[in-house]
Ligand binder design. Structure first.
Ligand code: BEZ
Length: 398
């Protein structure tokens, strides 16, 4: 018997192998009949003190992708969502689930610096693309920087440094700093110290309490006893709401000036009410920037989410914009890693906060605004520091 050998068509081979078996030989983006969806693993807090922050990042990211036609680089999107609870102890396990079990193309998260560092480690170990839409931990774009790690938000040092410069320019010399006892608090205070020192100012006392505790009475009693010229603070989310209310209730508002990184009053004003009026903070976003991009974004976010945008929504939106730019450049081929990274590195994001670029360490180089709470807004006052870059200490790419 002669055996006839023919060159089987691709379709015949696939039929013989069985679709499932064949799919395992093919690159993810060439699934049978159509390109596979790009998987975005959203690891964010959906519960706890940072829940509102995570939800705004999530919804604004989806808004940016919807505005890009619901596709990135021509490919449809699948979202895999995981609540990280702002719990550093579960960070590595959660990130590993998304990377090894769900096989996401991009890991996106998170809000809390401690959880973000666990994500940085998992992304580094697995060479997975990571985009950080909030957490400011310095090491992510400092000592642990890497080609596959990007941030669309800020480093904790940046708003602190800007506020230190403002306080120094006012001639203040004696400050007290108060925050949660974790990376974001420490690094925010360090940034403030550096800016403040430029005018000869010194942080004489640091009062820290464990995250996410909100029992502020002992701290407020100490502030009243010490009477510094100015109090610098980093709190965000539910903790920021409580701190601002307790500060006013303790009779300190109006007697000991309170300033902070802008998270103190962003996305929190409705809940803080009268207690927040007049507070001054520094951040890479403000109300009243008078930018067409900001106006269109705010209108679109309000329509999509049914609430007002804040800095977290802006950062989520810009994460979507960064992904859209990178994936458009490689036509959705997530395997084209070098060109993808190169495209993401050179993008200028037209952000609601104002246009920004990324530093060599992949952290935004952006303006920091001084804002003052007036009514329901963090009103733009002035540019505190223009085009501020994080020092990226320890980053070998910078
Ligand atoms: C952080 O943990 O890095 C962080 C959390 C909330 C707001 C800003 C920074």
């Amino acid at each position: 018997m002669t055996r006839r050998t023919t060159k089987a068509s691709r379709r015949t081979v696939l039929a013989r192998l069985g679709a499932a078996a064949a799919a395992s030989f093919l690159p993810a983006h060439f699934a049978i009949g159509q390109q596979a969806k790009i998987k975005l693993g959203l690891m964010l807090p959906y519960t706890g003190t940072y829940a509102a922050l995570g939800k705004n990042i999530d919804e604004a990211l989806r808004l940016a992708i919807a505005e890009a036609g619901g596709r990135l680089g021509g490919r449809e999107i699948e979202y895999v969502v995981l609540d990280d609870e702002s719990e550093p102890a579960k960070g590595a396990e959660n990130a590993n689930k998304l990377v090894t079990r769900d096989k996401v193309d991009f890991l996106i998260g998170t809000v809390h610096s401690g959880v973000a560092m666990a994500m940085v480690k998992v992304a580094t170990d697995n060479d997975t693309m990571l985009v950080i839409p909030n957490a400011g931990v310095g090491a992510a774009t400092g000592a642990a920087c890497a080609p596959n790690i990007f941030r669309t938000s800020f480093s904790n040092w940046q708003p602190g440094f800007a506020m230190g410069k403002v306080a120094a320019a006012r001639g203040q010399k004696r400050a007290l700093a108060v925050s949660w006892d974790y990376a974001a608090g420490h690094e925010s205070i360090d940034g403030f110290k550096e800016g403040f020192a430029s005018g000869g100012g010194k942080v004489e006392n640091e009062l820290l309490l464990p995250f996410p505790q909100v029992e502020f009475q002992a701290i407020l009693t100490q502030i009243a006893a010490i009477k510094p010229e100015v109090v610098y603070t980093f709190f965000a989310g539910g903790g920021a709401v409580k701190f601002v209310k307790d500060y006013a209730a303790a009779g300190l508002k109006g007697t000991v000036p309170l300033v902070g990184a802008g998270f103190l009053t962003d996305g929190t004003l409705q809940a803080q009410g009268e207690a927040a009026q007049g507070l001054e903070t520094t951040l890479h976003y403000a109300d009243g920037l008078d930018l067409p991009k900001d106006k269109s974004f705010r209108a679109a976010f309000k329509k999509a989410a049914g609430r007002d945008a804040d800095v977290y929504a802006v950062q989520g939106y810009d994460t979507g914009q960064l992904l859209a730019a990178g994936l458009a450049a490689v036509k959705g081929d997530t395997g084209a890693r070098q060109p993808l990274i190169a495209a993401m590195e050179k993008v200028e994001i037209d952000s609601p906060r104002g246009k920004f670029t990324l530093s060599k360490a992949h952290n935004p180089v952006q303006d920091f605004y001084l804002r003052r709470v007036e009514g329901p807004e963090n009103k733009f006052v002035s540019v505190a520091v223009k085009a501020l870059a994080d020092p990226a200490r320890g980053c070998k790419m910078a």
